[in-house]
Design a protein around this ligand. Sequence first.
Ligand SMILES: NC(=O)c1ccc[n+]([C@@H]2O[C@H](COP(=O)([O-])OP(=O)(O)OC[C@H]3O[C@@H](n4cnc5c(N)ncnc54)[C@H](O)[C@@H]3O)[C@@H](O)[C@H]2O)c1
Length: 249
Amino acid sequence: MAAKTVLVTGAASGIGLACCELLLARGDNVCGVDLNPIPAGGFDPKARAERFIAARADVSDAAQCASAVDACVNRFGQIDGLIHMAAVHSTRTWREIDAEHMNRVLGINVTGAFNMSQAVARAMETTGGGAICLAMSGSIAVSGLGGDGRGGIAYVASKAAIIGVTRGLARSLAPLNIRVNAVSPGSTRTAMTADYSEAAVRNAGSKTLAGRMGEASEIAAVALFLISDAASYVQGEIVNVNGGGNLGL
Ligand SMILES: NC(=O)c1ccc[n+]([C@@H]2O[C@H](COP(=O)([O-])OP(=O)(O)OC[C@H]3O[C@@H](n4cnc5c(N)ncnc54)[C@H](O)[C@@H]3O)[C@@H](O)[C@H]2O)c1
């Protein structure tokens, strides 16, 4: 498969970082985007020097997303894929959420997904197309309560909105030869879930056929598939990657 250039957001941690590792290992060029620095030891130093750049951006700011896209195009000439993982968690309960918190979570998780997709689509349009993978969440089916080990209403609402963003973009961008899909992870061991109690981790694992939480690389592998040519007939889909967690155990 010919090497591609992929912009990955949320690249400093968890699933985004795992995507960078897998993409570099298979020979692709990667532009890692995050608010935070990408860990130095994250991946092979030779690949990092030759085929990786980092761009700092807050995805809730459209101008910063456009700058990150420009940095990627200036370095690698084009963008073939976007894997958008940047997001914040919220475990606040309905009593604890105020308008400022709700707007912040929606601004990063929903507007951020749109901003980054729009900026990347503008670049892809000039080079004949590409593919985008966003991040939904299994929490929309099972949670909303907030508290230990549970996304609250702000997070769940933001991830439910990703269904609309994915389908709307899939329809809007198909004429430009740009495919749009989303991966929907179940509970996965990353920084986002690092403060879950042992009981919450056990509980999350016990609701799956796999009997455990997912690993970042297991979600990343499906995100890579969705932006690959092997997924050329997959469009506007939300793909669950949750160890069988949607079977209602
Ligand atoms: N971990 C899980 O259990 C789980 C479950 C379902 C869905 N997801 C989704 O998967 C995606 C990746 O999650 P993760 O577990 O790897 O999270 P993570 O917390 O490990 O990584 C998220 C990254 O996003 C970055 N980020 C946050 N706000 C940003 C902003 N405004 N601009 C730029 N970067 C920003 C953070 O700095 C961090 O590096 C997220 O969209 C998340 O909602 C995760």
